[in-house]
Design a protein around this ligand. Structure first.
Ligand SMILES: CC(C)(COP(=O)(O)OP(=O)(O)OC[C@H]1O[C@@H](n2cnc3c(N)ncnc32)[C@H](O)[C@@H]1OP(=O)(O)O)[C@@H](O)C(=O)NCCC(=O)NCCS
Length: 179
């Protein structure tokens, strides 16, 4: 059975993504989490995979948001990619959908030649998932914009996926909202 993977404009595809995102991260749950206060960027692109025909319900099975950003690393401008909002509907987990969608996100970011590396931020219980898929811990400091101004971003652990640069340390400023 073939699996169709769409990579679509982030704003235009939000109505398709929203029900899955709200189901995986309901507002009343998120607001009680340590990162519930964070203001996040909107995805530039979204990888979307629909549920298979034999699923109990139709609709979206998996989502990965893709971000592009002119950031800085140790004060030097660097164009980076980002991944966020990785989620698979509970009844569709363990079928490789998130792995497929992450691979599609990496291919898409690699196609943007100026992207030097990709970043994501995750909670401790998901670190092994990303490490098993080639993401490496970034041990330096990350800064981002929030409504109150520029802040050190420590809500979640930063991970990087190497393209032409391999950042492990130093200071990365996202120069905008985190994802
Ligand atoms: C994490 C998540 C996206 C994985 O989606 P998925 O479609 O089931 O992922 P895949 O099928 O591609 O991969 C599943 C594999 O990863 C493993 N895995 C899943 N979550 C894991 C975790 N937190 N840590 C380590 N391994 C994990 C599974 O055991 C499985 O391993 P296997 O292939 O050896 O059987 C999904 O569980 C989810 O939506 N979780 C809630 C939202 C969330 O936490 N998202 C991450 C935000 S940073």
């Amino acid at each position: 059975m073939s699996i169709e993977i769409d990579v679509l404009n982030g704003d235009a595809s939000w109505p398709r993504a929203e029900p899955l995102m709200q189901a995986v991260w309901p507002a009343h749950v998120v607001e009680k989490l340590s990162w519930g206060h964070v203001k996040w960027a909107h995805a530039d692109l979204r990888v979307l995979i629909d549920a298979p025909e034999d699923a109990a319900q139709p609709g979206l099975a998996c989502h990965v948001g893709i971000f592009f950003r002119d950031a800085t690393w140790d004060g030097r401008k660097v164009h980076i990619g980002g991944v966020g909002g990785v989620s698979t509907r509970p009844d569709c987990r363990g079928r490789g959908y998130a792995s497929l969608a992450l691979n599609a996100a990496i291919r898409t970011m690699r196609d943007h030649e100026a992207v030097r590396f990709a970043m994501l931020f995750c909670e401790p219980h998901n670190e092994a998932f990303y490490q098993a898929r080639g993401w490496q811990r970034f041990l330096g400091e990350v800064y981002a914009e929030q409504p109150e101004g520029r802040v050190r971003f420590e809500a979640m652990a930063p991970f990087v996926f190497d393209f032409t640069r391999k950042p492990r340390d130093g200071i990365i400023d996202l120069c905008g909202l985190p994802w």
